[in-house]
Write a new protein. Structure first.
Length: 560
């Protein structure tokens, strides 16, 4: 019960008290100087803990800050619950939570430091502190009583009587005299204020009371020859027999058995064996020593500076962290971007020390996508003199536009800009060189009169054997032809060998060797080898001495 009265000067303040005595409520009186006399007559001696706590609790409750706005507190509200049996008479001064005391607040010490005050300097907090100290001492006294051996024999966490003198304790221990003034006041703890720990202790003690103690197991006999220590006769079972009985019953699972101890002594297994690596097979297979044959760097075809600027191969170099452009190529541009002086850089593993950096510029790049659209990007390039290529786009350009490269053995490589749908087909830098070399070989073959010899019919060549394959071609009569050696790929990593040979136009047959373990078939019309007129390919003696030398060499080779 409580009455909220507007605050007045302290000497004339009206307060309401609520005292709990033998679980009976005492009505509070507020009439000036008569309050103390009436309270003294009702409550008896105010120095007793119960009455002092109730008076201090009610005063602190009447002086609380229950109407204060939560926004005016110094700290944010902490959701901490009190561990004592009574809630505080008012909200916490630091955070405003009514469920814990001031000293239980995590921000209380910081609150004191900021306000430059102590707990005793707050006006009206003396009653609050008195209630806190009494409640805390009662909690400590109750925990101490529960920890003593006599408390374990009681049937409940709560004491059966409100007072218990030390005389009664001494009589139990066999002592005769005791001073009646050494009386301890124990406060009964109502069940409604029990905590979870109280309920667990209550259930534990009830179970201990109902269960008869078990006798401890007999001790193993110690050989007489073994030396005994002075404390060997005082075993744990003799000192605490009642605890040993319950220990064997309730806590036997916490200690390892003999089988477990033997298992601990066994050999410890070593670390797990490393798993074998997963072997991946390459999708592209090439002959030994020819893995990089026919490949080139990744590049895009596009113009620079302007959309109508010169078309070049914009090489994408992920091994360089900076984009570079040839200084000579920059000078050849009709529309040159402005040259600027940047930070002093030294290029390692790209150019020699004699190469100098002339500066940098911002260059616009124009690239056509597969859909026919033109993409415009910008890159910061450093100008280097003596470069063999016009432009190198380094990792800075890759990251600025988040380039993604996808490779396909059939459709080729594609470059995607960021997460868009713009795809640019990568240009093989060596494609034009391969075409140029192929055209050069065709001109040379035409000049030398070389022709392709093709199989006349299907021919099966057994494993590890050689067969003469009949061929056809633009053979002229009365002429001999020479066959150029080569390899015919039948399947993956399976080849047929064609040696250098001299054939007659009347019966053109070319020897073909099968070096694999399985028979191979040459289909009709399949190209076998390049052939050319022998007169244009073989050496012709210029005089008799050279002829004799060549005949001697031929005789020697024939003998071998």
């Amino acid at each position: 019960m409580g009455i909220n009265i507007p605050k007045k000067p302290r000497e004339n303040r009206r307060v309401a008290f609520e005292a709990e005595l033998q679980e009976e409520e005492v009505e509070a009186y507020s009439s000036g100087t008569k309050d103390q006399e009436e309270l003294a007559s009702l409550l008896g001696d105010p120095t007793e803990p119960v009455q002092v706590f109730n008076v201090a609790y009610r005063k602190a409750q009447s002086n609380g800050q229950s109407g204060k706005d939560s926004k005016t507190y110094m700290f944010k509200r902490n959701e901490v619950k009190t561990k004592l049996k009574r809630k505080p008479p008012g909200p916490c001064r630091a955070c405003g939570n009514p469920d814990h005391w001031n000293r239980e607040c995590p921000d209380w010490e910081l609150f004191l430091a900021r306000t430059r005050k102590t707990e005793a300097n707050f006006v009206g907090d003396s009653d609050y502190n008195t209630a806190w100290e009494i409640l805390l001492s009662e909690e400590a006294a109750q925990d101490f009583e529960l920890a003593t051996p006599g408390a374990q024999n009681s049937g409940s966490v709560r004491c059966k009587s409100n007072t218990k003198t030390t005389m009664e304790v001494c009589k139990e221990e066999g002592e005769e005299s005791i001073d009646q003034r050494t009386t301890e006041e124990l406060i009964e703890k109502n069940e409604e204020y029990w905590t979870e720990d109280d309920r667990e202790r209550e259930a534990f003690f009830q179970s201990m009371k109902e269960r008869p103690p078990k006798k401890p197991p007999p001790e193993p006999e110690v050989p007489t020859s073994a030396p005994s220590s002075p404390n060997s006769e005082r075993t744990n079972n003799q000192q605490f027999p009642e605890y040993e009985a319950y220990l064997n019953e309730d806590f036997r699972d916490y200690y390892p058995s003999d089988e477990k101890c033997e298992a601990f002594g066994a050999e410890t297994p070593g670390p797990p064996s490393k798993s074998s690596p997963i072997v991946l097979q390459p999708l592209r297979k090439r002959p030994p020593g020819m893995s990089a044959l026919g490949l080139s760097v990744l590049s895009m075809r596009g113009s620079v500076a302007t959309e109508d600027g010169p078309l070049i191969d914009q090489r994408l170099d992920s091994c360089a962290n900076v984009s570079l452009m040839s200084y000579e190529f920059w000078k050849s541009l009709k529309v040159r971007p402005n040259l600027q002086k940047g930070r002093k850089l030294e290029l390692y593993q790209l150019t020699s020390k004699e190469r100098s950096i002339e500066g940098y510029c911002n260059l616009d790049l124009f690239t056509e996508t597969e859909d026919g659209e033109v993409l415009q990007t910008n890159v910061e390039v450093y100008l280097v003199s003596g470069m063999t290529v016009p432009l190198l786009l380094g990792m800075d350009y890759h990251l600025n536009y988040k380039l993604t490269v996808s490779h396909d053995l059939e459709e080729g490589s594609r470059i995607r800009f960021a997460d868009s749908e713009h795809l640019v087909r990568a240009r093989e830098k060596m494609a034009h060189r391969r075409g140029k070399n192929a055209r050069r070989r065709q001109r040379e073959q035409a000049r030398r009169g070389m022709h392709i010899a093709r199989a006349v019919k299907d021919t099966v060549i057994k494993a590890h054997s050689c067969a003469n394959v009949e061929v056809e071609g633009p053979f002229r009569l009365e002429e001999a032809y020479i066959v150029e050696k080569g390899l015919l790929e039948v399947r993956k990593q399976s080849y047929l060998a064609v040696p250098n040979a001299l054939i007659d136009s009347h019966s053109p047959r070319i020897p073909v060797s099968n070096t694999s373990d399985t028979p191979r078939m040459i289909r009709r019309g399949e190209a076998i080898a390049w052939v050319s007129v022998a007169e244009d390919e073989v050496d012709v003696p210029e005089n008799e001495a050279q002829r004799a030398e060549m005949e001697a060499y031929a005789t020697t080779m024939k003998a071998l």
